[in-house]
Design a protein around this ligand. Structure first.
Ligand code: HEM
Length: 392
């Protein structure tokens, strides 16, 4: 199996991994995201990955990292295997994720293992079902109010969109009583900001406790029509922080779908393919595993850099275009905006329903699309803004 030269290991960090970390894995940083768009950081990252594949072949590429075994996947078939064989022998709970998520969701399924993981996964699959509550109704309501604002200002900005989106998210997860609890999601954002720094940042347990108390008060109401009504408050308490946090990505994907003229659920899928909000999918092996005849030790970190698999022009004729016909069942196993296998995002249906309802409610009233092929590799959602259509 190929081992990257020292220079190429340096390139993997400088061009692929560190720029992704800098943008903020857990919560996006505004300034860095704007700079990343200016320099089109993802274009350089994808080009670097393509050179690795041309130089070293399709097998996982081992990086030279002292004291660690790290392998960068370069082939879609290997991506499919890694995700299919999760959580064992390829655990979702990697040391990076544990360090980052302990800041605000220490009991979340993503960093759980063994039987505890199985139990928590089942809770997520059970509750995160858009057919159990009226998600379209809630989102349509908030879209209506947002449209009133948009008509009066003549423009939809990210900040206006985000306010409406978070109202919808709080209503879906916790009920209408939580609709105006901006502080809840703001405190979560602060905790998430710390999570960006993973083990480098001290944990703020007092703030986390404040967040948890507030969250528990909402869950305890079990308001009919919300996800909170679908499980016991104690059971949901450990999982709901992830749900709230993950609605951020769903909003980002929805706003970007507007920019490309996306429609319906395929519009949401495509937006998530073109600009994956989970750009790095990590797994850590719990035992030695064999790849193309070579054994990699237990504890190897496997890295799937999604923008490469989603935007590789060597494999995908539509790499930089809007290609809704890919979905819902893409033929290429490297298209994994919601991950895949047993660890696939259990919230994806909820995202597709909520996102497409918002998208379809807004698109007819706005002058979209604002972007056409070739679509940019990096897109700063904070900077997106749409004017109303003359007849909207
Ligand atoms: C555009 C929006 C979203 C995208 C692109 C997305 C994508 C993903 C991906 C790629 C993973 C796998 C992470 C990994 O393997 O480390 C994941 C996991 C997860 N997602 Fe989402 N997600 C989104 C929104 C949501 C929402 C709104 C919820 C809940 C309401 C949610 C709930 C979860 C949960 C609970 C997990 C952990 C699953 C596990 O450990 O088995 N996601 N998501």
């Amino acid at each position: 199996m190929a081992v990257a030269s020292r220079l190429d290991t340096g390139r993997a960090f400088a061009k692929v991994l560190l720029p992704t970390v800098a943008k903020g894995v857990i919560v996006r940083r505004r300034g860095v995201t704007a700079v990343a768009e200016k320099v089109q950081a993802d274009a350089a990252a994808v080009a670097t990955m393509r050179r690795f594949r041309a130089r070293y072949g399709p097998e996982p590429l081992r990086l030279r990292v002292t004291g660690r075994s790290v392998a960068l996947l370069l082939d879609p078939v290997d991506v499919a295997r890694l995700l299919a064989d999760s959580p064992s022998p390829f655990a979702l709970a990697t040391r990076e994720k544990k360090a980052a998520l302990a800041h605000f969701q220490p009991h979340g399924v993503l960093i759980s293992t063994g039987e505890e993981r199985a139990r928590r996964r089942a809770v997520n699959e059970d509750v995160l079902r858009p057919d159990k509550i009226d998600v379209p109704g809630i989102v349509a309501d908030e879209a209506d109010l947002l449209l009133r604002h948009v008509r009066s200002t003549g423009r939809l900005t990210w900040d206006a969109f985000a306010q409406a989106w978070w109202r919808a998210a709080r209503r879906i997860v916790l009920g209408s009583f939580a609709r105006e609890d901006v502080e809840l999601t703001d405190v979560l954002k602060t905790l998430r900001g710390n999570a960006n720094w993973a083990y480098l940042h001290p944990r703020r347990d007092a703030l986390r406790e404040r967040f948890e108390e507030r969250l528990h008060a909402h869950l305890a109401r079990q308001e009919p029509g919300s996800l909170a009504s679908l499980g016991s408050p104690d059971e949901l308490q450990g999982q709901a922080p992830h749900w709230l946090f993950a609605f951020d990505a769903a909003g980002i994907v929805t706003m970007r779908a507007l920019a490309i003229g996306g429609e319906g659920e395929a519009g949401i899928w495509e937006s998530a393919r073109l600009w994956p909000t989970t750009p790095v999918i990590l797994r850590e092996s719990t035992e030695p595993t064999r790849w193309h005849g070579t054994w990699l030790p237990a504890g190897t970190t496997f890295v799937v850099f999604a923008p490469y698999f989603h935007r590789d022009p060597d494999r995908l004729s539509y790499a930089d275009s809007y290609a809704p016909e890919n979905w819902p069942a893409p033929s290429d196993p490297g298209l994994v905006p919601f991950s895949g296998g047993p660890g696939i995002c259990p919230g994806r249906d909820l995202v597709l329903v909520a996102g497409s309802t918002m998208l379809d409610a807004l698109r007819d009233h706005l002058a979209v699309p604002t972007l056409r092929a070739p679509l940019p590799a990096t897109l700063n959602h904070f900077g997106l803004s749409f004017v109303t259509r003359g007849d909207g």
